[in-house]
Design a protein around this ligand. Structure first.
Ligand code: NZQ
Ligand code: ZN
Length: 384
């Protein structure tokens, strides 16, 4: 096992009706920017409960954060903060709203000339940030309990991430009833995204880390069993609760400690979203099965372990076990109704690999746990 620091300062407040605790979680004198997206929060109960809990505090609302949050929109929110002298950000929504809020928190106090540098430096130049809290409405990204943020800039077809300990949420409220209004597409997106998050930290190479592997396999098994149930039975709060906690645990700096991490599927997926506008999880479902096939030699031992412990695959031959496991991953995405081919999204599968690889080359020389997936490899694997 490699050396590691395990650090996560986010207070997780889980349960039905727990939004009321915001009255104690947000400082009494806070001047709050309430950030949300296109209006789903007004239908799932989270907005009303949050406003009630904020009581008499000064609250300025900023709505209209897009799915795959836009840089220019975030800059407008920064202006609202400065104009109204606000000092606390409350994000109400999914990964996009939370990521936007993290960027806004850092950009509001950024001393440099161009806040885009927060992203191009991967957060290295973030020296301070406003405090933020979140009320989660879609289990997917884990952003509610991590220090990552992903921001898109449509004008330049870029989608870049940054990370900083300064943007860990101070608290996150997880009420599974808020997820009951999710359309199938977003239920599916969330389950697939969380599944791939675990895979990026687990499916690399054996590193004698049974605790991390055990946590990872439990999260994966839970997603594989509960995900399809959420699509079938729309009001099962136990299923929603388990998916919600799975998604948070999938990317909150726990299962990655001491082990190698991959993230190639995500970094290639971000370029696909930037170029073609696919949902984040859709892009991952296109890349992951192909990447596993391309890397079946170096990932072989973990693929066999995944097959045995998550999908119940007991083939004696290693080659057959790997093949069946990759099939099981792709079939799980399909069962969640997320397409795994460019053609499923009406994208030309002949042209896309080269375009995506060219965009990867603008940002990275090589990807993966062994840093051996070059842009040329990206093109080859996307053609599989
Ligand atoms: O805008 P509104 O009206 O709120 O609608 C949203 C949005 O259209 C809707 N929605 C959210 N909660 C709902 C709901 N609709 C009905 N009922 C509810 N309870 O769902 C749509 C998608 O929301 P979004 O926040 O975009 O989804 P998600 O949570 O999947 O976030 C995706 C973004 O997170 C980034 C992705 O790249 C993408 O930009 N990621 C962030 C990560 C992180 N911070 O650690 C890691 C991830 O890998 C990912 O890259
Ligand atoms: Zn993701």
């Amino acid at each position: 096992m490699n050396s590691f620091i395990l650090y996560n300062p986010t207070k997780l407040v889980f349960g039905i009706g727990e939004t009321a605790k915001i009255s104690q979680l947000v400082p009494a004198k806070a001047r709050v920017l309430l950030v949300y997206g296109g209006g789903s929060v007004k239908k799932n109960g989270s907005y009303d409960q949050t406003i009630k809990a904020l009581g008499r505090r000064k609250v300025v609302e900023f709505s209209g954060i897009e799915a795959n949050p836009e840089y220019e929109t975030c800059l407008k929110a920064v202006e609202v903060i400065k104009k109204n002298k606000l000092d606390f950000i409350l994000a109400l929504g999914g990964g996009s709203v939370i990521d936007a809020s993290k960027f806004i928190a850092a950009a509001a106090l950024f001393k440099g000339k161009n806040p885009w540098q927060i992203l191009t430096s991967y957060g290295a130049n973030v020296k301070e940030a406003l405090p933020l809290g979140t009320v989660l409405t879609i289990p997917a990204t884990g952003s509610e309990m991590n220090q990552n943020s992903v921001i898109s800039r449509r004008a330049t077809t870029e989608k870049l991430a940054f990370a900083s300990d300064l943007v860990f949420p101070k608290f996150s409220v997880l009420d599974p009833t808020f997820t009951l209004t999710l359309p199938d597409r977003q239920i599916s997106n969330g389950v697939v995204d969380a599944f791939v998050h675990v895979m990026e930290q687990y499916c690399t190479r054996p590193s004698d880390a049974p605790i991390q592997d055990g946590f990872s396999e439990t999260i994966l098994r839970t997603l594989v069993s509960e995900g399809p149930k959420a699509l079938k039975k729309k009001d099962d709060i136990a299923v929603r609760s388990n998916i919600m906690f799975s998604a948070t645990m999938a990317l909150n700096k726990l299962i990655c400690v001491g082990v190698p991490e991959d993230w190639a599927t995500h970094l290639i997926g971000h370029e696909i979203t930037a170029l073609y506008g696919l949902d984040h999880a859709q892009s991952l479902a296109v890349v992951m099965p192909k990447l596993l096939e391309y890397k079946r030699a170096s990932k072989g031992d973990k693929l066999v372990q995944l097959g045995r412990n998550v999908f119940g695959i007991s083939e004696k031959s290693k080659k057959a076990a790997i093949t069946k496991t990759i099939e099981a991953v792709a079939n799980f995405f399909k069962k969640m109704k997320v397409g795994t081919e460019f053609a499923d999204y009406k994208i030309d599968a002949k042209q896309a690999p080269a375009k995506v690889a060219a965009n990867v080359a603008k940002h990275f020389a090589a990807l993966g746990e062994n840093a051996d997936i070059t842009p040329a490899d990206v093109e080859k694997l996307l053609k599989l």
